[in-house]
Each structure stands twice: as C-alpha cells, then as structure tokens.
Design a protein. Structure first.
Length: 285
C-alpha cells in the first residue's frame, strides 16, 4: 500500500464547478430580473398609460407590441442587414485575430514585446477618436451608405484585444508541442490549423460570442456610415422606435426583446462549449 500511486486530486475539478456555480448565480441575479421586466413590459398592450410601478405580469397581456414593432420599425429588414454584417464580420474577425495571435506567439521575444506594447497603446485610443479619419477614408473610396464600413474592421481583427487574447492562449501551449510539429515537418499554417487552434477552442468560443454581441449591438458605426433606411441595422431600427409616444413604449420593448434573443442564443451556445471542454479536456467533442 505504501508504493501505491494516488490519482489526481478532485479538488481542482470541485473548485472549478464551484466557481462555475457562483458565476451562474451571479448572472441569474444580475441579468434575469431586468430581462423579466423587459419581457413583461413588451407584453403590455400599446396605447395604455404607463404603469407607475413595474409589473411582472401585465394585465391585460398582449402581443400587439411585437406586431407593431415589426411593422413600424422595419425590424425584419434591419435584422437581415444585421445578420449579413455579423455573418461576414464575426468569422473573419476571429480568423484574423487567431492568425495574428499565433504569429505573435511564434516571433522572437524582442519583436513580440514591441508588438504587444503597441497593441496596448492602441487599446488606450478611444474608438470615437478614429471616427473622423475612418469616415474620410471610406468617403474617399465611395463606401459610405453601404454595409462595407461595418464589416471592414474585421480585416484587422476588430480589436487588438482579440489578438492579445489569442497570443496568451497560444503562448500557454507547451513549447515541446511546437517542437514536435517541426520535427514532423508541418508548416506554420498547418500547425496553427490542425494543432494549436483546436487546443484553444474555449478562447475561440468566447471571442466569437463577444464579437457577435458587439457587432450585433453596434450603434455608432451604422449611425455614422449608413443613411438609407433599407440598410439600417437593428440598433438603428430600435432608435426609430424609441421616439414613439410613451403610451407606445411596449412597442419599443418588444423590439428590444427581438434584438436580445440572438445574443442570448449565442451566449448559451458558447457556454455549452465551455462546459463541454471542461468535461472533455482532450477537446474531441
């Protein structure tokens, strides 16, 4: 019995489950009550005076707000535009960020330090400070009043933060793994695609969800670059509903519910990827 080896300690797994439980409780306490009030308000019949106190169960309940939101705000057309932008921008942004992060992790330490420092400086620049030069460039190219300016930032990975996150993830992989790939005469692209990228699936899931939510809820860029109502994205369409009479506020809330559902669905899918990775560390599933 003295020479018998013990298995891995269950404490790290138990601690991970405890932290996930605390995170789930935090999300429920912070986000669920406002979401319930949002849904409750959207089910209030339009045209009635606003209630002095919030009600979880409206009386009478009605779905007329959803119908009016679609008809008045043009949410169907706006949703298609938002889907088009997200389908083009999200995969492209994640792909570019993953490639740049992998390249950064394989560079010499001196060059890597310089690039990381420059990326941190770029993160400190407010996004509004770049609106004028970006607008001038897109206007010179004749791309204003199109969806191209909403997709173009994905060609740069959208944000230096995404590149840095991938850089840290690829850097955390064992150096012996890269050495074994070089012995097998794998090219850098094949190492990235077949070996490194599958091992950082939780990072990819997290950045995909974050990029989708930020792209889906982007209001400032469409406001600056898009003028044709047929090209409005969902945030701009919701803005047109926000100026309705206070008695029609349920119409705006119904539109907000419709805009929130896709973001919640993406978050749930990403969360399932996190849990699946924890249950299967090999990442085969």
């Amino acid at each position: 019995m003295r020479g018998r080896k013990r298995g891995p300690s269950p404490l790290p797994a138990a601690a991970g489950r405890a932290w996930r439980t605390l995170g789930a409780v935090f999300v429920v306490l912070v986000f669920v009550p406002p979401l319930l009030l949002l849904i409750s308000g959207s089910l209030t019949r339009p045209g009635l005076p606003p209630s002095p106190t919030p009600r979880l169960v409206p009386d009478p309940a009605s779905t007329a707000g959803y119908q009016e939101a679609v008809e008045l705000g043009g949410l169907l057309r706006a949703s298609l535009n938002s889907v088009l932008v997200a389908v083009a921008a999200v995969p492209l942004s994640v792909l570019v960020a993953a490639l740049a992060g992998f390249a950064l992790a394989r560079l010499a330490p001196r060059i890597t330090g310089t690039v990381v420092a420059a990326s941190l400086v770029a993160l400190m620049v407010p996004a509004t400070a770049l609106l004028m030069p970006r607008f001038a460039i897109f206007r010179l190219l004749g791309l204003t009043d199109t969806l191209v300016p909403l997709i173009a930032p994905a060609l740069l990975g959208t944000s230096p933060l995404y590149v840095l996150v991938y850089y840290l993830a690829f850097r955390a992989l064992p150096a012996d793994l890269y050495d074994a790939c070089l012995i097998e005469d794998l090219s850098p692209v094949r190492i990235w695609w077949r070996v490194a990228l599958p091992l950082v699936r939780p990072v990819t899931a997290a950045l995909t969800a974050l990029t989708f939510v930020l792209t889906w809820s982007n209001f400032l860029d469409p406001l600056v670059y898009v003028y044709d109502r047929d090209l409005f994205t969902l945030p701009l369409a919701l803005r047109s509903l926000s100026v309705l009479d206070p008695t029609d506020f349920p119409v705006f809330l119904a539109g907000a519910v419709l805009a929130t559902v896709p973001a919640l669905a993406v978050f749930v899918l990403a969360q399932r990827r996190f849990l699946r990775h924890d249950d299967d560390p090999t990442g085969r599933n």
